[in-house]
Ligand binder design. Structure first.
Ligand SMILES: [Zn+2]
Ligand SMILES: [Zn+2]
Ligand SMILES: [Zn+2]
Length: 276
């Protein structure tokens, strides 16, 4: 990686237009689920192959990664990603976090530690789960452990890579608070079963709304498809994309049934948006 390469990647979003790439759209165990012989898990439709959820966002100032799932290496290779400039966390569940070690190469190319934008709670969980990355013992060789630095976020909007990110407070089951994120006219709200009115307010005016929808039947910590459709109506976005999908939902069958303007996302899907 040369500085020219890094520069090239930075300019992939000309004229303030930005691009979001779905690295994964599957629920926590992925689709196909290990050992499952259901029709969706056995399907030949590539849109039914769902890695764990993450989003890559090409912003005017660099490449932002939202979450580091266990499939991260596979996802970054698939999308030919050369450099990530910063990482942003929705929450610390294993399916959004445990690919963190795959960030290890980027600090070499950046010339500094990888900035992780997250709440203090997520920081605590990362320090606990990846304690080797924070060891005070001298490294045996450069790059033997991830070089990370924390940028603490709360409910206030913040700047990253030339864009303003607005955290969207949401519930993920009865005891768990998580963030969705709005960047310009695009919002990414996975892993939730309740978006309060005050957060719906923050989503007014988005053109593309991404929201988690696990399956048709209800679940204690995720929206069902019909619940996600309902909340989407309150947001009023022109384009709605459902993510964090389990093997209950066949891509084509589900899309044929969804209202106009609402579709299942799929791995590799790219969406242009205005970062504002
Ligand atoms: Zn999840
Ligand atoms: Zn299955
Ligand atoms: Zn979760």
């Amino acid at each position: 990686m040369t500085s020219t390469d890094a520069q090239t990647q930075r300019t992939e979003s000309p004229h303030g237009q930005s691009t979001a790439v779905f690295l994964g759209t599957g629920t926590s165990v992925g689709v196909p689920a290990i050992g499952c012989e259901c029709a969706v898990c056995q399907s030949d439709d590539t849109r039914n192959k769902r890695l764990r959820c993450a989003l890559l966002v090409y912003l005017p100032g660099g490449t932002l990664l939202i979450d580091t799932p266990p499939d991260l290496r596979t996802q970054l290779l698939r999308e030919k990603v050369r450099l990530v400039h910063a990482v942003l966390y929705t929450h610390e569940h294993a399916d959004h976090l445990f690919g963190l070690d795959d960030l290890r190469l980027f600090p070499f190319r950046l010339g500094h530690a990888m900035p992780l934008y997250c709440t203090t709670l997520v920081e605590q969980r990362i320090r606990h789960s990846f304690d080797y990355a924070f060891s005070t013992r001298e490294q045996t060789h450069p790059g033997s452990r991830p070089q990370l630095e924390f940028e603490t976020i709360d409910e206030n909007p913040f700047q990253v890579l030339g864009a303003t990110v607005t955290p969207i407070p949401m519930k993920h089951g009865p005891h768990f608070n998580v963030f969705g994120f709005r960047i310009g006219d695009f919002a990414y709200c996975t892993d939730t079963n309740f978006i309060p009115d005050s957060s719906i307010e923050l989503l007014q005016g988005v053109r593309t709304f991404v929201v988690g929808a696990l399956r048709h039947t209800t679940h204690p910590t995720h929206y069902s498809v019909s619940e996600a459709v309902e909340v989407s109506k309150r947001v009023g976005a022109e384009q709605v994309l459902l993510t964090h999908v389990c093997h209950d939902l066949d891509h084509q069958t589900t899309n044929d049934e969804l209202p106009s303007g609402i579709d299942l996302a799929f791995d590799g899907l790219r969406v242009e948006f205005n970062a504002g």
